[in-house]
Design a protein around this ligand. Structure first.
Ligand code: SF4
Length: 358
C-alpha cells in the first residue's frame, strides 16, 4: 500500500501543470485490471486513459463470424471455440443462435482440446476458431503441429489471428486518433519481446511502457510514461521485467513462424491493416479450412449502429455510444465490445457505475 501511495503521489506531481494527456492501453486484460483496481478514479483530471484495440474478440470482423456460422451450418461440421465468441454478432446471426437452431458448436478451453474432439469424432470435421494475438497464436500453431504428428486429418483452423504492432502503427498514422503514449500489453510483449515495439520511439517518438497487470505495475508504467513526457524523450520502457525480455519468447516465435506467415488482416472498425495478421503456410494448407473447403458468404447484412470501431480506436468512450446501457448490455449485447469479458464496453458497464470519468 505504501508503494501504491508513493506511485499515486508521483503521478500527481508529474502531471501537475501539464496539458491534458491521453494514454492508451492496448490489452483487454489491462482494461479490466485498470477498472477493477480503480486506477481511473485516482488519476489527476488532466490524465486520461483510453482503451485501444486490445481485445481479440472485439477486433474480429463480421465477415469472420459470418464464415464461422456458414461452416457451422454444414452437415457434419463442428465448430470448436472459446466461449466468448458464441454471442459475438455477425452481420446476420451469431454462433449462439445457430447452435440453438441445431448447429454443432462446442466450447473448448484450449486449441489442444480441439485435437481431442477430432480424435473422438473421426467422421466429423472439427474447425477451431483461431482468434487472438501473438499471445495465443503460438498455441494454435503448436496444435497444428501436434495434429500432424498424431495423424489427425479432421481438424482445421479458421484463422483470424492478429499482430499488435501494425495496429499501433495504423493508429499513430490516423489523424483522428490523439494519444500521448501507450501502456503496452505485457502478455503480448512476453512473446514478441520489447524490441518489437521499438518503432514507437524511433519512428513516431511516442512514449510507451510495457506494464504488468497488478495495480502497482500499471501505476509504475504510468509513472514512466509521465516521466518520458516530462523529459521530452520517447523510449520503450520495460516495466514488466520479471517476464518480458528484449527478445521475447524465441521458442514460441519459432513455432509460430513454422506454421504461419505474416499477412494482411481485417480489423473491426480499422479496415485491412497491412502485415497485421497470420496466414497458414502452404506446407500446412491441409489444416486451413478456407483452402480445404472454401466458403462463400452473403455480403451486406444489416448495418449495425454499434460504434465498437470508434471505441477501439479511442475516438469515443463506450458511454458515448447511444446504445450503451440501453439497447446494449452484457446480457443483450449488440456489439463484440460488450460481449467479451475483456471488451471495453463490458468493462465500462461492469465497473464504471456512477464513477464514469467522462
Ligand atoms: S455499447 Fe454496445 S453497441 Fe455501443 S459500441 Fe459498445 S458494444 Fe457496440
Amino acid at each position: 500500500m505504501a508503494d501504491t501511495l508513493k506511485l499515486v503521489k508521483k503521478i500527481s506531481r508529474l502531471a501537475d501543470g501539464k496539458r491534458s494527456l491521453r494514454f492508451m492501453e492496448v490489452c483487454g486484460t489491462h482494461t479490466v485490471a485498470i477498472f477493477r483496481s480503480g486506477i481511473r478514479q485516482i488519476l489527476p483530471d488532466n490524465v486520461e486513459l483510453v482503451s485501444g484495440p486490445g481485445c481479440p474478440v472485439c477486433v474480429t470482423c463480421d465477415e469472420y463470424i459470418d464464415k464461422a456460422i456458414a461452416y457451422a451450418r454444414r452437415k457434419n461440421f463442428v465448430i470448436a471455440t472459446f466461449g466468448d465468441m458464441l454471442k459475438v454478432p455477425g452481420s446476420r446471426s451469431s454462433l449462439a443462435a445457430v447452435s440453438a437452431e441445431g448447429a454443432d458448436v462446442r466450447i473448448v478451453y484450449s486449441p489442444l482440446d480441439a485435437i481431442k474432439l477430432a480424435e473422438e469424432n473421426p467422421h466429423k470435421q472439427i474447425i477451431f476458431l483461431a482468434v487472438g494475438f501473438e499471445t495465443t497464436a503460438p498455441t494454435a500453431a503448436a496444435t497444428v503441429i501436434a495434429a500432424r504428428i498424431r495423424g489427425v486429418k479432421n481438424l482445421f483452423m479458421l484463422s483470424a489471428q492478429k499482430l499488435v504492432p501494425p495496429a499501433l502503427k495504423l493508429l499513430l498514422n490516423d489523424a483522428a486518433v490523439h494519444v500521448d503514449g501507450f501502456l503496452l500489453p505485457g502478455h503480448v510483449a512476453v512473446v514478441v519481446g520489447a524490441k518489437a515495439f521499438k518503432f514507437l520511439a524511433t519512428d513516431f517518438r511516442i512514449p510507451s511502457a510495457i506494464g504488468g497487470f497488478e495495480a502497482d505495475e500499471i501505476l509504475s508504467a504510468l509513472v514512466n510514461l509521465l516521466e518520458q513526457v516530462d523529459s521530452g524523450r520517447a523510449t520503450v520502457a520495460n516495466e514488466y521485467r520479471s517476464v518480458v525480455t528484449d527478445d521475447g519468447n524465441v521458442a514460441a516465435q519459432r513455432v509460430l513462424a513454422q506454421v504461419y506467415a505474416v499477412a494482411d488482416a481485417e480489423w473491426r472498425g480499422m479496415g485491412v491493416i497491412p502485415a497485421s495478421g497470420l496466414r497458414m503456410r502452404d506446407e500446412f494448407a491441409e489444416f486451413d479450412i478456407e483452402r480445404v473447403e472454401p466458403i462463400e458468404i452473403e455480403r451486406g447484412g444489416k448495418k449495425s449502429a454499434c460504434r465498437c470501431g470508434d471505441v477501439l480506436r479511442g475516438l469515443i468512450n463506450p458511454t458515448q455510444c447511444p446504445l450503451f446501457g440501453r439497447a446494449c448490455k452484457p446480457l443483450h449485447a449488440i456489439g463484440p465490445c460488450m460481449v467479451s469479458v475483456e471488451g471495453v464496453c463490458a468493462a465500462w458497464f461492469k465497473y464504471g457505475g456512477s464513477n464514469f470519468k467522462w
